[in-house]
Ligand binder design. Sequence first.
Ligand code: GLC
Ligand code: CA
Length: 578
Amino acid sequence: MNKPSIPFIIAMTFFMLTGTFGRAQNSLNNKDSVDRKWWKEAVVYQLYPRSFKDDNGDGIGDLKGIISKLDYIKSLGVDVVWLNPIYSSPNDDNGYDVSDYRDIMKDFGTMADFDTLLKGMHARGIKLVMDLVVNHSSDEHEWFKQSRSSRNNPYREYYHWWNAEKGKPPYRYSLFDVNHDAWRYDSLTNAYYLHYFSRKQPDLNWENSKLRQEVYDIMKFWADKGIDGFRLDAFQFAAKDTTFPAFPQGFEKNFTQYYGMQGNLHGYLQEMNNQVLSKYNVMSVAEGAGNTFEDAHNLVDADRNELNMAYAFEGVDIAKPEGYSLLHLKSVFSKWDSAFAAKGWLSVFLANHDQARLVSRFGNDSPQFRALSSKMLTTFLMTMRGTPYYYNGDELGMTNAGFTKIEDYRDVQTLNEYQRQKNLGADLQKYLQRISFESRDNGRTPFQWNSTGNAGFTKGKPWITVNANYKTINAAAQEKDPASTLNYFRRAVKLRKDNLVLVYGKYSLLDKQNPDTYAFTRELNGKKLLVLLNFKDKTATAQTDINLSNAAVLLGNYDRPSKDGTLKPYEAVVYELK
Ligand code: GLC
Ligand code: CA
């Protein structure tokens, strides 16, 4: 090929920068003006590195493993990967306890591996979003070692200490502690330190400007490497009232109301935006979204210069062991959509590494309906307004782990709660029953690559047991089957990427009171799509008043979708209305 001319290069650069390249079919006129951003148009694939692919045979997923699967990730059509923490960590909470923010966890590899990974992603047009875990560090971080060494140490103020001569500090609830007590006594300096999560995750003191500066420097370190965004772990809890007033009894039942969005949190985010986020082409997503729409808006209102995207839990929290009501799910998603219709931006998700599996919680993981219901849920996630976050393995319809013994579990939260139940003399069988539905480990079993030993995840002994169903549910088998959940996911992603109406289009809920089906339209610049989903294991009919006789089927999980709104069990159809 001849060398490209200078004007050609300039034109190409222009197209690439403005994002118009290859998107001609998506071009918008001014009618429904939208504020286009790459992170709004992205499909985020969440990757749990510990369980994705083990390269060196130690049973733990690693960066080289991910590198070996980049072509697979690319083949999904996703364009952003959110990687759970890969920093140095003693792994009390699988990397959410960071001991060095500028180094890679030994289990996962080296900084050279990281650089290769980032390069490999960018070469394939995939962006990388990293977890930023700065509500707390590990107790093995140098800052904490210094901080606990003496009351006069310069790092003392990096954490929250309560001197014991003042008596016991007012009760604070800890999510992961065996006694749910967030204050841990340390005899070395006769003081308590605060940890909202496990006792190996002491909370950082955001009221200290030096600490904040350290965090911004860490962010710059990674942004300078070229990463494309940050997911701010547990960030809504970072600011605290350091006088530690007593909270009313029972506050822990609604602890986010007391812990979330306190003090000068917005000020800290504006400072972070000013010093770091605004200086790079990075996206930022909060974990959680406060307690109200107003909180969520304030986090992501572009005029306030804080974060880009809220990540509200109300939807993902709906599924319970006893089931859930579709009316409830529809009302929650519709409510959040309408609250953000004019301003701000949302994440759309129903699963992540803190939840059991998508299909087991929101669909039906029986052999008869597993694939159908997981395709239906995929259709939902890819057709809502807001940026979809899709958790690795869900594209295969991976199911809950099926663990029956406590020895199978690895998660600090699950194990500490077991210990607590035991201490309380509670019914442990009942607890095992509960965690078989809701433990986070259900979503953390190794990725099922193929039907060879350990699902092709490792040649060694996996850090957590592989799901016994890997011989039937695995990527290799699904690659070969055009009708597999994996290939359906690819089509659904492509549909979203090809239709800006699915990103920006107005959402309208239809047939609101139907307890079995979810029907909605998306509209932009005269283009109108209709999405029909049956959330039940029986035939159901969506009443929409829309004449489907001329509608084109863009996507569906059955061969011949009806034209009258009748939906087979777990059927999903996306129509373009003419
Ligand atoms: C967030 C993470 C979770 C972690 C916790 C403490 O909720 O998603 O995995 O355990 O924060 O860092
Ligand atoms: Ca490994």
